[in-house]
Design a protein around this ligand. Structure first.
Ligand SMILES: *[C@@H]1O[C@H](CO)[C@@H](O)[C@H](O)[C@H]1NC(C)=O
Ligand SMILES: *[C@@H]1O[C@H](CO)[C@@H](O)[C@H](O)[C@H]1NC(C)=O
Ligand SMILES: *[C@@H]1O[C@H](CO)[C@@H](O)[C@H](O)[C@H]1NC(C)=O
Ligand SMILES: *[C@@H]1O[C@H](CO)[C@@H](O)[C@H](O)[C@H]1NC(C)=O
Ligand SMILES: *[C@@H]1O[C@H](CO)[C@@H](O)[C@H](O)[C@H]1NC(C)=O
Length: 307
């Protein structure tokens, strides 16, 4: 009897059936995260939900905390290889979508004018509230880049957790001292399985890549990184990243700084759909917002000690 149960359970929970089960759960999660149809947090929504007894912890987080837990659990269980295997059809569709966009665009890479190329642009500053005249500023552009490189090689979970829709992130070191980044994430409606062969030096020192003539000059930003967004499958270049960083002058005095500013540009071929541009802008905003905050905290608490 026991052995029958064992055999039965073993037959039921094969890797394939577990994957099917998880796949069904992920589909369910997708549906529930879209919500039951109403925006209940809109004060004009015509339904008052008054809670007279509820969680002790105060305001309920509704599905957000649960969605984060569920995502973390599923992603941990599946692992990057498992996730990419499950997403194989979406990745293939993404590769095809990028091929079609690149083929249709025929942009001239030597032109000084970006022409009708599509640009996703995010720019923001992050300034510690306790800046003062005497203490050296440790949350600097150079230290942020150092934190990023340290995370890439020693705390990969920090990059992984920068955005819930990271399905794959693998950073590796090239023999010329630069880092390569393989990232699988949605760019709007296109699930993008990309590879940036050369991003920035592995030491986290500023630099990396040569600015294309049609990119913004960013003269006020001393630290810049340029990289080619390449399809992992087949090596077609479908985009170009240009990230720029600078320290912010403290009290308008450029000899002292406090906080950093980032200008993150991703250039895509002409006629790239708006939803793709907006999707990757949103993605960049979320992940760099999270990374800036995490770097600030690690530097402040000494969890990351700049070289
Ligand atoms: C829901 O309503 C809130 C408050 O008006 C608004 O900030 C938010 O963007 C809305 N969300 C969606 C998904 O429309
Ligand atoms: C629910 O709360 C709102 C806002 O506090 C209040 O105006 C309303 O009267 C309450 N409704 C009920 C049924 O308690
Ligand atoms: C910056 O780091 C140095 C050395 O770790 C420390 O002495 C100093 O207090 C830090 N400055 C701030 C503003 O935290
Ligand atoms: C990244 O993608 C490239 C191109 O497909 C591949 O050659 C390389 O092995 C990948 N690296 C990692 C760490 O996955
Ligand atoms: C700027 O800071 C430097 C160094 O702290 C100081 O010598 C200089 O007087 C300041 N300039 C202004 C305009 O505040």
């Amino acid at each position: 009897m026991v052995s029958f149960t064992k055999v039965f359970v073993a037959a039921l929970f094969t890797p394939a059936s577990c994957r099917a089960l998880l796949r069904a759960q992920i589909r369910g999660l997708e549906i529930s995260s879209v919500g039951p149809g109403g925006n209940f947090s809109d004060p004009n929504y015509p339904l008052d939900i008054n809670i007279s007894a509820g969680p002790q912890s105060g305001a309920p987080s509704l599905e957000l905390a649960a969605a984060r837990r569920a995502l973390k659990k599923l992603k941990d269980l599946l692992g990057q290889d498992g996730l990419k295997q499950l997403l194989a059809d979406d990745i293939a569709a993404g590769n095809k979508a990028w091929h079609d966009i690149v083929d249709a665009a025929q942009d001239d890479d030597t032109n000084l004018d970006p022409g009708t190329r599509t640009l996703a642009e995010v720019q923001f500053s992050a300034v510690p509230s306790d800046c003062n005249e005497d203490k050296p500023a440790n949350f600097t552009a150079v230290n942020f880049l150092g934190w990023f490189a340290d995370s890439a090689f020693h705390h990969a979970d920090k990059l992984w957790k920068g955005h819930p829709e990271h399905y794959g992130i693998a950073i590796s070191a090239n023999s010329d001292g630069t880092m390569a980044a393989n990232v699988t994430e949605p760019w709007g409606s296109i699930l993008t399985d990309s590879y940036v062969p050369s991003l920035m030096p592995v030491t986290g020192q500023p630099g990396g890549g040569e600015r294309k003539p049609w990119m913004k000059k960013r003269e006020d930003f001393p630290y810049q990184s340029v990289g080619e967004e390449t399809l992992q499958d087949g090596g077609v270049v479908f985009g170009h990243l240009h990230y720029a960083f600078r320290d912010i002058p403290f009290d308008g005095n450029s000899s002292k700084t406090c906080g950093i500013e980032m200008a993150l540009n991703i250039w895509m071929p002409s006629h790239t759909p708006d939803d793709v541009r907006d999707g990757i802008s949103d993605h960049l905003m979320v992940e760099y917002y999270n990374w800036a905050g995490w770097a600030f905290q690690d530097i402040k608490l000494g969890a990351y000690v700049p070289a």
